[in-house]
Each structure stands twice: as structure tokens, then as C-alpha cells.
Ligand binder design. Sequence first.
Ligand code: GLA
Length: 386
Amino acid sequence: MTTTTDTSVLAARFQETFDAAPDGVWQAPGRVNLIGEHTDYNEGFVLPFAIDKTAKVALRVRDDSAVRMLSTFGGHGLVETDLEGLEPGSGEGWSRYPLGVAWALKERGIDVPGFDLLLDSDVPSGAGLSSSHAIECAVISALNDLTGAGFAAEDLVLATQRAENVFVGAPTGIMDQSASLRGAKGHAVFLDCRDQHVELVPFDAEASGLVLLVIDTKVSHSHADGGYASRRASCELGAEILGVKALRDVGIEVLEEASGLLDETTLRRVRHVVTENDRVLQTVELLSSNGPASIGALLDASHVSMRDDFEISCAELDLAVDTSRANGAIGARMTGGGFGGSAIALTPVGQEQQVRDAVVRSFAEAGFTTPDIFTVTPAAGALRLA
Ligand code: GLA
């Protein structure tokens, strides 16, 4: 998924493919998470931002329940199906995401008509940058407008989560779709995952002489695999034993006491979540008082916690983080669900090239696939383009 097609070109291509003009074109971004990993489904805090890489959909509703879908990046060719009798688990590849959100809106009582859809995206897939949520958020925005459902962002967040959890079968939280739907240019999204309260926190790395590098390790991951689900199960077990609704309710001061109640692995899982929630709060405070140059140590601590306590890093992510730090980055961590995907490295502008070169070299020396390295800045959330 590496194409970027102009809105008018996409609309023209839709016309050619489906022999009619689209009703409109919508876009939604991928995200990076600055800090707050595996805290969302523990009703805790996260600090992601929408990135300047997006999924775009040209879409037209039909007067029957048929669905026809095509992407600009190949894959499954023209997908033809029907919303009648649509069951969780249907569809393949990216086609599961539009079908999943249509299903979730129907479940909410919306009379969703069939549609023709042309998808374009430059959010790399499997890179931990939420390419699937970018598609879901673009499509749900389109269907929300075209059906007149008029749901607020908070409801769309929950509907896309249902699509992911039940239709696609990935037991994920609400962070990614919240960043994609509620992001704003120049800001990170400080989200309280218990009540969906959002505060937009200015994040202007450039003004502080920094860039945020994304290092896509090319180790592909899927949250429908076992690792993510087993971490979630450990957190739920920990909350149950500690007698709280969610790990959000466990303060750092309780950790020592908790150590007597939990088995060794569960304790480490719990410790990650509890300390990570605290790091998010500290990051928000530091960003407001001292700016991006002050958060490096918290990014580092977050990575160590994910590597050692939550055990969701991998050799490629650790190498990307360690090499970035050794070559001038002021803080670095893996971002997203883990087991592959991307790392982020907050880097002084003058050190950027050195970090890039060193990471590429270290990957070659280790025999790893060449990583993709690029900068990101906080961009707008989902919107209608035409
Ligand atoms: C994935 C999930 C999110 C969140 C992160 C980890 O991106 O989709 O809900 O749990 O992993 O922070």
C-alpha cells in the first residue's frame, strides 16, 4: 500500500471502474503512538497522533445490498459480495475492514445500503501504523455521512472497535481509531480510554529542532495472532486478582503489595501497564511545560518496560531502538501492538542522517531486511475530501 492518488484522479478512476461518479471521497490517517502501549484496553491513557499517511475511499451507495470493492494497490482484484447475511469472519485481506464497519453500523440499527468502493492508501500495511484502522475510519466516515446516521466520533470509535474485535477477530482497544478519527494537525491526542475524554496536546518537534523518525522494521505482525490476546488475558487476570475493574485502577504505590498476590509473569505484565499509564501522564505534563526535547527518557523507559516486562518487542525493534539511541536520538521506543512493526526515534535534526545510516547498517550486519525510515508529523484526522 504505497500509492497516493489525487482526489480527482481517484474519482475519475472510480467512474471508469463502476461507470458512475462516486458520492464523495473520504480520507482517514494511520497513526503513531508517542507513548501509552497496551494501556487502552486497560481503560488507561494513551498519547498517539494521526500521521500524514492516509487511506482514501471513493464511495457510492447503491439501491441494492451488493458490495463491489477495488483497490489501487492490487491484491484481491474486484471483490464482489452482499451485505445480506453478512457474518463475522467474512471477506479476505483489506476487504474485511469495509465489510466490518458496514456490519457494525447495521448492528447499531443503521440501514446500510450496498456500495461501490475504490480504495487507495499510502499507510504501509503490517508496519504497526494502523493501516487497517485508516481504512475502517475512512469507510465508516463515508457511511456515517451517506446514511445520515450522524454518529459522533465516540460512537464511530466504538463501532470500529466492534468491527475489529468481532468481525475481524482482533481483540484490540480504542487507541488507533481514536487517533484516526479525532487527530488534529500539530497535536497529539491525549485520550482517557475509560471515558473517551480527549485533550489535544501540541506536539511540534520541528520547533524544538527535532524530527520523529519512524523505523519500519518490516517484521510484519497481526493482532489476530495469539501474542496480543495473551497479553490482554494476563492484564484481565491481574485486574481480577487485584479486585479492580481494570488495571487503570491500580496505582504505582500498590505494585509492591501486588507482588505478593500475582505470579511472576502476571506481575510483570501488570507492572508494565501501571508504569506506562504513569509515563503517559508525565509525558503530557512535560510536553506542556518543557516541550518535546524533554520526553526522551520516558520514551526509553517505555521501551525497556515493553521489552522486559510486557515482552512484546523483538530483535529488530530492539536493534532499531538501541542503534538510534547510540547515534544521537534523544529517546526511542517501539510503537503499536508489538511483535514487529515500527519503532520511533526522537532525533535532533542534525543527527537524523547519522541515525538513518547507522540503523540501515546495523540491520545489514545482523542480516535483517532493510528497514524503511521516514519522518512523521501530527496531521488532521478523518475528513471528507469531495
Ligand atoms: C494495537 C491496538 C491498539 C493498542 C495497541 C497497543 O495498535 O490496535 O488498540 O492496544 O496495539 O498499545
